[in-house]
Design a protein around this ligand. Structure first.
Ligand code: GTP
Ligand code: MG
Length: 362
């Protein structure tokens, strides 16, 4: 008895207490360590899976890059860094055209053709309107029935975001991830009515404009600048009773394209017919694209253009970051509200207010 009592009072007891205390601390940190390890394992798993061409892991990686949460920053950097050495080995094709021209139908037909010749096809999108509506340009996967089912295809709806810049950045990162996952043809869709074409043009090697016969440019909502960016105009729905009008439109566009200055790529933009619905002109479209890639890889433009695009995206990223850091700062948010009110009351000028806001310590 006494010996037990004695032992309870010895340093051994103190030690037990101490170790209990330590245990308590180490339990908390243990779970923290476990959490960190789990996250690290998850990231490793995502990277390994993605590089092995696993679509589920690719999706997870894209979801992480699309997240605006600061806590994902480190993971995203790690994933991108792991993917970069495996990226760049693809052709990136921008596809634009007004709603209803047949973009989704074309991507289904073209994508399936590409898979039939052994390619892996990723479909991404840039759609600024979906950032507002929360909707998605590729919501109509019903038009891509076959492609959706193929394990050689990866279809990702447009990223949502609060600005075109944000959405475009996410799409650019997705391109890198898709390439690292082994996708060798990247199709990037956008609706041909706004600023998003410029963004898509600046992240692709080839810019394809889908058009309809018989509708004027005003009617199709296509801006002159978009025609200037196009490496090819594909007149879709050249089938049935529409075929004659399509042939006529082709001649018209060919004439019109002569009026544009020579492209830096030295490529002469082509005008072709196709019927996405009936799979005609699809193989010819790929042949034309292959010719383009061959020509621009031989004359150095392909490589040069990607470098230029990277420089452009560096500046874009800085712009984007600076703007976000500014507008998301709590003090700025409050001060901006006050300055807007002051402008309304004509108590300050926009320039004065801007000077003041930009001069605030953040
Ligand atoms: N006749 C004919 N109809 C086509 C062709 N391609 C597409 N269509 C039809 O045109 C309609 C619109 O096609 P989509 O592929 O959804 O067009 P979209 O450009 O993706 O449209 P948005 O997603 O709204 O921008 C559908 O009813 C298609 O079946 C074609 O080559 N010929
Ligand atoms: Mg569509």
């Amino acid at each position: 008895m006494s010996s037990k009592k004695k032992s309870e009072n010895t340093s051994a007891l103190t030690e037990t207490k101490a170790s209990q205390k330590l245990n308590h601390i180490s339990n908390a940190s243990k779970s923290r360590i476990r959490e960190i390890r789990k996250k690290a394992e998850n990231i490793e798993e995502i990277i390994a899976g993605l590089l092995a061409g696993n679509n589920t892991q690719l999706s997870k990686a894209i979801t992480l890059t699309e997240s605006n949460a600061k806590k994902h920053d480190a993971a995203v950097k790690k994933i991108i860094a792991a993917c970069l050495p495996h990226a760049n080995k693809s052709v990136r094709i921008g596809i634009t055209g007004v709603p209803g021209v047949g973009k989704s139908t074309f991507i289904e037909s073209f994508g399936n053709f590409l898979i039939s010749i052994g390619k892996k096809v990723a479909v991404l999108a840039v759609d600024p309107s979906s950032s507002v509506s929360g909707g998605s340009i590729l919501g109509d996967k019903t038009r891509m029935e076959e492609l959706v089912k193929s394990d050689q295809a990866f279809i990702r709806p447009t990223a949502s975001g609060d600005s075109l810049g944000g959405v475009a950045r996410k799409t650019r990162e997705s391109i890198i991830l898709c390439e690292a996952a082994g996708y060798d043809v990247i199709l990037i869709e956008t609706v041909g009515v706004g600023q998003s074409e410029t963004a898509v043009h600046s992240m692709t090697d080839f810019f394809l404009l889908l058009k309809l016969a018989g509708a004027g440019d005003e009617l199709q909502g296509i801006k002159r600048g978009i025609i200037e960016m196009a490496d090819a105009i594909l007149i879709n729905k050249a089938d049935g009773t529409n075929e004659k009008a399509a042939k006529y439109a082709k001649a018209e566009f060919k004439r019109a394209l002569h009026l544009y200055p020579e492209k830096q790529s030295k490529w002469n933009p082509k005008v072709k017919l196709c019927s996405a619905l009936h799979n005609s002109g699809i193989e010819a479209a790929w042949k034309m694209l292959s010719d383009y890639f061959e020509q621009t890889k031989n004359n150095g433009f392909f490589e040069e253009n990607r470098k230029l695009q990277n420089k452009y995206w560096l500046l874009q990223s800085i712009d984007e970051r600076l703007k976000n850091e500014f507008y998301q700062h709590e003090d700025i948010k409050k001060a901006l509200k006050i300055q807007l009110k002051k402008i309304h009351l004509q108590e300050t000028t926009p320039f004065e207010a801007a000077d003041y806001l930009l001069g605030l310590k953040r």
